[in-house]
Design a protein around this ligand. Structure first.
Ligand code: SUG
Length: 448
C-alpha cells in the first residue's frame, strides 16, 4: 500500500500581530510592537502550500483560531458584553488583551505530536494536542486545536486523539516541534525521536540558565506511552541547554529530520555520539540506514541558525530518492548559511535541492517553514479517511486566497486590538471558513 507524508499547514489568522509575547524567542522579542500585515502573512503561507501541492506533495490546511479569545479574558475576571470585556482588558491589562489576540496557532508544528499507525500498538494514527503551557497566549490553543483535529481526522477506526497533558510546567509539551520520525518508508515502522529541554522530576539533568526549556522529558515520555510506542521504536535526546540560552526555543530551530536522515547543527544536542548510535542501531533493526549531517559551528554559528532559521526548514523526499530543503528567504540573506547550502547541494549527498520562500510575516515572530506545518504520515486508506475539505487543491487555494482578501486587514497595530470590530471580523471570517473546509462547528462562538 502507498504511504505519504502529508503536510498540514496552519492558515494564519486575521489577528496576526507582533506582541513580543515569547521570552526566549529572539524574533518575537525583537519585533515587538511593529505593525503587522495579516493579509500578507496569510497569503505568504498559502503560497507555500500551493507550491508544495504543485510539486506533487499531498498538502493539507489547518484552520486558525477565534481571537481575541474572549472566554480566556472572562476567565481572568473581565466581564460584561464581549465588547466590554475587550474594552476593559485594553484599559486595565493591555498585555493580557494582546496575549488573547495572538494568532500563534498558525505554528501548527506546536499543535500536536503525531505518531503514524505503523508505530503504534493499536495500529491507529495517534494525536496528542500540545498543552503549550510555557506561554499563556499559547496555552489557550489546545481545546480548539483538539476540536479542529477531531473534525479533520474524525474516523475512530483510523485516528486516536488524546487530550493535552496536565497543564503544569512539569509536563510542558510543545508538540511536533520537538519530535521527528525516522523510517525507510512512511508506511513502515520507524523510530520516533523525542527531544526535551530539561527533566522536571530528576535534578541530575542540566537545564538552561537564561531562557525556559519548554519541553520536558516527562512530557515526551508520556506522549510516547499514550501513543503505544515500543521501546525499540523511540529515542529520547536532550537538547544542549546552552543553545536554548542562545534562542533555540524548540528543537526544530536547530535540527530537522526526514526518512533516514537527520540534518542538525553540531551543537544541537547533549551526548550526540551516543544518541546517533542509538538511532543508527534502532533504525537498522527496522531495516533502515540512518544517516546524519552535522553542520559545523565554524561554518554556521548557533546565532546564524537562530537568525536564518536554516534548520526550521522542510526536508522533503523527492520521487528519485533525493531530498529537497524548503528554507526561508532569511537563509539566502545570510552569506555563511547560503554558502553552506550551496556546498551542501553540490556535494552529492542526500540533499540536492534548496527552494526559498518569503515567509517574513511569520518569521518576524519566530515561525519558519517547519513551524508552519504539522506532518502526518498516512497510508492510502487513512488518507481516504481524512476530511477531504482540508486537503489543498487548486480550487481550494483560489477560494482561500479570495477569503483572505475579503476578510483580512493589511495592517494591525497594538491599538487596533482594542477595536471590538476586530472580533466580529474574525468570527465572520471563521464562520465562513468552517463551511469552506467542511469542519462543522469548532469555535467557541459556534458552540456556546
Ligand atoms: O511559540 N511565536 C511562537 C513561534 C513558534 C515557532 N514554532 C516552532 N519553532 N515550531 C512561539 O514562540 C510569538 C507571538 C508574539 O510575540 O506575538 C510566538 O508565539
Amino acid at each position: 500500500m502507498k504511504s505519504f507524508e502529508v503536510n498540514f499547514d496552519g492558515l494564519v489568522g486575521p489577528t496576526h500581530n507582533y506582541g513580543g509575547l515569547s521570552f526566549g524567542n529572539v524574533a518575537s522579542q525583537s519585533n515587538s510592537q511593529q505593525a503587522s500585515n495579516p493579509k500578507e502573512a496569510a497569503l505568504q503561507g498559502l503560497e507555500k502550500m500551493k507550491a508544495l501541492m504543485d510539486m506533487g506533495f499531498v498538502q493539507g490546511v489547518l484552520a486558525p483560531q477565534e481571537r481575541p479569545d474572549v472566554a480566556a479574558l472572562r476567565s481572568l475576571g473581565f466581564s460584561g458584553t464581549d465588547a466590554q470585556v475587550i474594552e476593559r482588558a485594553a484599559k486595565d491589562a493591555m498585555p493580557l488583551l494582546v496575549a488573547s489576540c495572538s494568532a500563534s496557532s498558525m505554528w501548527v508544528a506546536n499543535a500536536a505530536t503525531v505518531s503514524p499507525s505503523a508505530d503504534t500498538a493499536d495500529g491507529r494514527v495517534h494525536f496528542t494536542a500540545a498543552n503549550l503551557n510555557c506561554k499563556f497566549h499559547r496555552s489557550i490553543e489546545h481545546p480548539t486545536t483538539s476540536r479542529v483535529l477531531g473534525a479533520m481526522f474524525a474516523d475512530q477506526q483510523h485516528f486516536a486523539h488524546h487530550a493535552a497533558l496536565p497543564a503544569v510546567a512539569q509536563f510542558g509539551d510543545e508538540g511536533a516541534a520537538n519530535h521527528t520520525r525516522f523510517c525507510r518508508d512512511y508506511g513502515e515502522a520507524g523510530v520516533e525521536f523525542f527531544v526535551y529541554g530539561r527533566s522536571a522530576f530528576d535534578s541530575r539533568y542540566p537545564a538552561p540558565q537564561k531562557y525556559p526549556a519548554r519541553q520536558t522529558l516527562e512530557a515526551s515520555q508520556s506522549v510516547a506511552r499514550l501513543h503505544g510506542l515500543s521501546e525499540e521504536g523511540v529515542v529520547f535526546a536532550q537538547q544542549n541547554p546552552s543553545v536554548i540560552d542562545q534562542g533555540v526555543f524548540h528543537n526544530d530551530v536547530i535540527a530537522v529530520g526526514n526518512g533516514e536522515l537527520l540534518f542538525h547543527h553540531q551543537d544541537a544536542f547533549l551526548n550526540t555520539e551516543a544518541m546517533l548510535d542509538e538511532l543508527r542501531r534502532k533504525l537498522a533493526a527496522r531495516g533502515a540506514k540512518f544517516e546524519s549531517i552535522s553542520v559545523p559551528r565554524d561554518q554556521v554559528t548557533v546565532d546564524d541558525a537562530v537568525r536564518s532559521y536554516l534548520f526550521n526548514s522542510q526536508l522533503l523526499s523527492l520521487a528519485d530518492g533525493s531530498m529537497l530543503l524548503i528554507v526561508p528567504e532569511e537563509c539566502r540573506a545570510n552569506p555563511r548559511v547560503w554558502s553552506y547550502l550551496q556546498g551542501l547541494t553540490s556535494a552529492g549527498g542526500p540533499i540536492r535541492e534548496v527552494k526559498v520562500f518569503d515567509l517574513k510575516q511569520s518569521m518576524q515572530n519566530g515561525g519558519g517553514p517547519a513551524c508552519l506545518r504539522l506532518r502526518v504520515a498516512l497510508n492510502e486508506t487513512e488518507l481516504a479517511a481524512v476530511n477531504p475539505g482540508v486537503i489543498m487543491s487548486a480550487p481550494l487555494y483560489d477560494t482561500l486566497t479570495g477569503w483572505v482578501n475579503k476578510h483580512y486587514r493589511d495592517a494591525l497595530r497594538e491599538s487596533d486590538l482594542a477595536d471590538p470590530q476586530l472580533l466580529l471580523e474574525c468570527r465572520t471570517a471563521l464562520d465562513e471558513l468552517t463551511q469552506i473546509l467542511k469542519l462543522g462547528s469548532v469555535y467557541p462562538f459556534q458552540i456556546n
